[in-house]
Design a protein. Structure first.
Length: 205
């Protein structure tokens, strides 16, 4: 599971002890809520379904898939459906390709989501074998579903923008700059990522 609210608070307090900027920001905007997703294949499938569509549209497709495949949505069930059936559920040709890539790796035993490598970069490499799952999606999965405490999705625009506000920078830092800026927050960058999303739209920051 993802980082709990208690863990997030403890990790942010540890960062704030050594970083007065973070300490001040915590006083202004408070602690974030936890962000937890179920571990496993269904969360990654839902990520694929939700790419580049509204929350409402993604929910509609998901509900149709659940009705077609069953609540567990086993990988072999999706692989057994033809193009038109999945199209009828709302999956485009591209997303069907992504979903089949995930299901083939899972059904074939090539991707074991219960035993991903403990090294974060190695785990990201495993997840990005799935078509349609890039580094950002892999990082979000490892943070929200596995609760890995030092994941830092530096490519996220909201993370970049919040870092810029937090550190009083004139412009939003690049992905490379955002990654470098967060070195000071190791080994608790996961909690800091959740904090940046929380603080991003808060006018108090």
């Amino acid at each position: 599971m993802g980082l709990t609210k208690t863990q997030i608070r403890e990790h942010l307090d540890a960062v704030a002890t050594d970083d007065p900027v973070v300490a001040g920001a915590l006083e202004r905007v408070g602690y974030p809520e936890e962000r937890i997703r179920p571990k496993g294949y269904r969360t990654l499938l839902r990520t694929i379904v939700g790419q580049q569509v509204s929350v409402a549209a993604a929910s509609s497709v998901w509900n149709k898939l659940e009705a077609e495949l069953g609540e567990e949505m086993h990988a072999h069930e999706l692989l057994a459906r033809d193009f038109d059936t999945l199209r009828g559920c709302g999956l485009s040709r591209q997303k069907q390709g992504y979903a089949r890539s995930l299901c083939e790796l899972v059904a074939g035993g090539e991707l074991d989501l219960e035993n991903l490598p403990s090294d974060d970069e190695a785990a990201i490499a495993e997840l990005t074998r799935i078509k349609g799952i890039g580094r950002w999606s892999a990082e979000i999965y490892l943070l929200f579903a596995e609760g890995r405490q030092d994941i830092w999705p530096a490519g996220d625009l909201a993370v970049q923008a919040a870092c810029g506000k937090l550190l009083d920078m004139p412009e939003r830092p690049s992905e490379k700059e955002t990654r470098a800026l967060a070195e000071r927050w190791k080994p608790y960058r996961g909690a800091m990522a959740i904090f940046t999303w929380h603080a991003y739209a808060d006018p108090a920051l």
